[in-house]
Structure formats: structure tokens, C-alpha cells
Design a protein around this ligand. Structure first.
Ligand code: RB5
Length: 152
């Protein structure tokens, strides 16, 4: 699995913790910024990572801002992206089992590193349950079809 990783300044420190975790687990990833000491706009960094995911170069994305909210709002503007802000282990598990989340968003200002890494681990390891949830994802595709101009 290849992960596209990005943060704004408010998510930078947590992102660096996630970099260490992914390296230790041997998971392939690319960090699309921001860099240390920069003051940036979360919209730009969510877009950098998600656009690469849309090119099929990455399977999933992890985006970190202050709350995880701004990043998820941007990511969910892209067709096929199911970005889920996760704040605890239960939500992380459900985001994969029921929603087939392909983009995890986290809040650097609301989560201590150890809790965030637990969430990342669960989100990476949990499989989509399919069944009735697959039918709901298909309905979601119909919503995209109705409302998204871009076909890609
Ligand atoms: C940056 O101050 C903050 O607004 C941003 O990181 C994020 O929390 C937005 O949703």
C-alpha cells in the first residue's frame, strides 16, 4: 500500500510522528509537505496529496491539520475520495469497515501522538466489510454522478 501524506503547519509535528511510524512498519509513502517552520494553507496541501492519489500513484492518503476537518472538507470535494476525520480507535475502525475510508484526516491540535498512531494503525489494518456497506457506497457513487461535474 502506498500512502500520500501531507499536513499544514498545525499538523506538521504529528505528521513527522506518522513518518517515523510508517518507516518503522516499512510502509511506502511520500510526504507532500508542508515543511518545517512554514505557515501554509491546508487547502493547498490536501490538494497536492489527493491529486497524486487520483493519478493512481497512491492507494490512500493521510492528511493532518489542526483538527482534521479542513483537510477532510477539501479531500471530499474530489470524486472517489472518502475522507474521514478520526478522533478515536472506534471511529477509525468503523471508517474502514463501514465507509471504506481511503483518506484518513487527523487533528494535530487535538490528538496526542500515541493516540494518533493507534488510529493510524487501525485505519491501515482494518478491512472494508462490503455486504450492505458496498450497496451504500454504490449509492454514494450515484450522488457523485449527480453532483460532480468532473468525470475523473
Ligand atoms: C490552521 O490554523 C487551522 O485552521 C487548520 O490547521 C485546520 O484545523 C483547519 O481545519
Amino acid at each position: 500500500m502506498k500512502i500520500a501524506l501531507a499536513s499544514d503547519h498545525a499538523g506538521y509535528d504529528l505528521k513527522i510522528g506518522i513518518v517515523g511510524f510508517l518507516k518503522k512498519r516499512g510502509i511506502e509513502f511520500k510526504d507532500f509537505g508542508c515543511g518545517p517552520g512554514e505557515k501554509v494553507n491546508y487547502v493547498d496541501y490536501a490538494e497536492k496529496a489527493i491529486q497524486m492519489m487520483k493519478k493512481k500513484e497512491f492507494d490512500r492518503a493521510i492528511l493532518v491539520c489542526g483538527t482534521g476537518l479542513g483537510m477532510s472538507i477539501v479531500a471530499n470535494k474530489y470524486r472517489g475520495i472518502r475522507a474521514t476525520p478520526c478522533w478515536d480507535e472506534y471511529v477509525a475502525e468503523m471508517s474502514r469497515k463501514h465507509n471504506d475510508s481511503n483518506c484518513l484526516t487527523l487533528g494535530g491540535r487535538i490528538l496526542p501522538l500515541d493516540e494518533a498512531l493507534q488510529i493510524v494503525q487501525i485505519w491501515l489494518d482494518t478491512h472494508f466489510e462490503e455486504g450492505r456497506h458496498q450497496m451504500r457506497l454504490e449509492k454514494l457513487l450515484q450522488v457523485e454522478e449527480k453532483n460532480f461535474k468532473s468525470k475523473k
